[in-house]
Design a protein around this ligand. Structure first.
Ligand code: OAD
Length: 253
């Protein structure tokens, strides 16, 4: 693993960012790793090296053992609430504020670290782990708030038994259409696409880099390890989010 990215590549990406009228940033679990939230696919520390996504991240898995899945997400919610944004989250939000209209930030992360760092308009492709929603559409409609469900693991509707589930996208489910459309639009319209901390293993998010490249953008990846979409990038910056993002962005006025 490289300690620091090649200075020439860093300078080149910085120059492209400086000149860009539109910058699209796509983040993945590696963005939150230095805040203490584990990734999914890192060999030793990734969640999917210890847990089975079919059991914990699918509707079938939830229906098979709702208490186990609810408890697993409850534990992850504690970790997310305790985590704090790091210098990379802050650098992105500060860059966005210094250059109004330039930054669109798209994340696969279900935590709220970009939002707490000062970029509430972050587009979430995979939902929000801190949100509750009904497992089935509520037959009584909008007025029936999952926050008022009867306590339990998971909480359930006292009238019809509907379960509450975490507001994340599970395997086999559609991404929120508005978020995906907004992400596609930004990939097609940007001058620079910066991809931070994703393995590029999960679609459709993984396709955004090639969408941007085909539309003419410069594509740069920030990741300490190889990813499945390195070939889509003009620049690969081998380093971590908390190290590379401030080095890239903080000197851009
Ligand atoms: P992965 O766990 O697949 O990949 C994390 C990536 O972050 C790897 O490529 C690591 O090399 C890199 N990485 C690790 N530490 C880093 C650091 N400090 N700075 C920068 N990069 C670092 O996570 P995602 O690509 O986000 O789905 O996974 C995509 C989706 O798969 C997730 O959104 C999740 C999961 O199942 C849902 O939650 C719906």
């Amino acid at each position: 693993m490289a300690e620091a990215p090649d200075p020439a590549a860093l300078a080149a990406v910085r120059a492209h960012l400086d000149a860009a009228r539109r910058v699209c940033v796509l983040t993945g679990a590696g963005m939150s790793a230095e805040s203490g939230i584990p990734t999914f696919r890192d060999a030793l520390t990734g969640l999917w090296s210890r847990f089975d996504p079919a059991q914990l991240a699918s509707e079938e898995g939830f229906r098979a053992d709702p208490a186990r899945v609810w408890d697993w997400y409850a534990e992850r919610r504690v970790g997310v609430r305790q985590a704090q944004p790091h210098a990379g989250h802050v650098a992105l939000a500060a860059f966005g504020h210094r250059r109004p209209g330039v930054l669109t930030l798209v994340t696969q992360n279900v935590d709220d670290l970009h939002q707490r760092a000062g970029w509430p308009q972050t587009i979430r492709l995979h939902g929000d782990i801190l949100a509750d929603r009904w497992l089935r559409p509520c037959p009584r409609g909008r007025a029936c708030d999952p926050a008022r469900a009867a306590a339990g693991r998971p909480p359930r509707c006292a009238e019809c038994g509907n379960f509450v589930r975490p507001g994340v996208v599970w395997f086999g489910e559609m991404l929120p259409a508005a978020a995906l459309e907004a992400a596609d639009r930004c990939a097609m319209a940007c001058d620079v696409m910066l991809v931070v901390g994703t393995s590029g293993a999960v679609w459709p998010a993984a396709g955004l880099a090639s969408t941007a490249r085909r539309a003419g953008a410069q594509v740069a990846i920030v990741n300490p390890h190889e990813s499945e979409i390195d070939d889509e990038a003009h620049w690969v910056l081998r380093g971590t989010a908390a190290g590379v993002l401030p080095a890239l962005l903080d000197t851009l006025g």
